[in-house]
Write a protein that binds this ligand. Sequence first.
Ligand SMILES: *Cc1c(COP(=O)(O)O)cnc(C)c1O
Length: 426
Amino acid sequence: MKDSRTLDLSRSRALFERAQQTIPGGVNSPVRAFRSVGGTPPFIARGDGARIWDVDGNEYIDYVGSWGPLLLGHRHPAVIRALEEVLAIGTSFGAPTEREVELAELICDAVPSIEMVRLVNSGTEATMSAIRVARGYTGRDLTVKFAGCYHGHVDSLLVKAGSGVATFGIPDTAGVPARFAETTITLAYNSIEAVEQTFRQRGGEIAAVIVEPVAGNMGCVPPADGFLECLRDQCTRHGAVLIFDEVMTGFRVAFGGAQQLYGVTPDMTTLGKVIGAGLPIGAYGGRREIMRRVAPSGPVYQAGTLSGNPLAVSAGLAALRELRRHPEIYERLDRLAGELTADPPAGVTVNRVGSMFTFFFTGRPVRNYADAQTCDTERFARFHRAMLERGIYLAPSQFEAGFVSAAHTSEDIAKTVAAAREAAVA
Ligand SMILES: *Cc1c(COP(=O)(O)O)cnc(C)c1O
């Protein structure tokens, strides 16, 4: 029985060895290399709905969903149709197009705190630009962030960052000048006291507070009662810009993002992932008064050759329209993810907000990065491998969120729960 579960990854292994000759670590984004869980990363041949297949023909139920973008699953018909339509027209013009206006209007409509929005090509670009705009708007230099939150690989934000930085235990990234890191103050997530004290001491120097309103990049960690409200209150009092980094949570935890779910309104919001349905995109937006500072209306420069790319915009527009047409999708996601996390294996703490979840291999509650770091990552690695052998594809790191998509079925979930029960004791 056990033997039949041993995965044949021979073609993936050959590709991985070949890749390492020309690509650093063999991958184009670090966590994909499976270093923290060991073994060979399956090279993916194709995906459909909630499933993916690797180059050796192994089939998996996918809870990575391209790290968040695929809320509707792989190859959703509406997204594929939209892409086919665009292919008949052209791939890029570097000139304004009608669909960009439609996407901007849809985003502003869905997320009322966004009165104006600029499209970029990734979440990293979105946060980098938002910070710049906040600095330009306030004339201040300091940014407050929270340990374990990841905001892309922006120089000044790679301080105690989550995601791959947490996975590899990298304290400070080589190549980031100390001067840049010094413009960032890092506080413990969910610590109202730390936020109040920092504003008391340096409130007049703080340009922006950037936060994942539901943290996803140290694993899923929901905001504690009053935490987001405290950020709102302190930023308002001290004239700082509150930025919700909703690259992961936007259109995922609710159509209007975490700000809709928790009823707290930021000054600026960054988006990505779901708004591109699997194509490269990002966006930043916010109050009109702030966004008017962006070139060419204002003095803060930000540009992009492929920004507003027709393929990414069309895919995103199709996905968001589908979500707007079917708001019941969010109830379904919540129900499925609830079934998945209802009865976690012994010694595991589960956190979940909507369709985002993490099984933390620790006995204690996880409310911040220090709590997340109490996890037994060796045990997680064994669990991950046992799940992969049972056809369940989870993010290859303890410090990541898993994602349920609208393409998952109750049968997929039941199969996953049964696999998890076995894998936890393996
Ligand atoms: C993924 C992510 C980013 C970075 O987006 P990229 O498209 O990978 O550059 C930024 N912030 C959050 C919260 C994210 O989850």
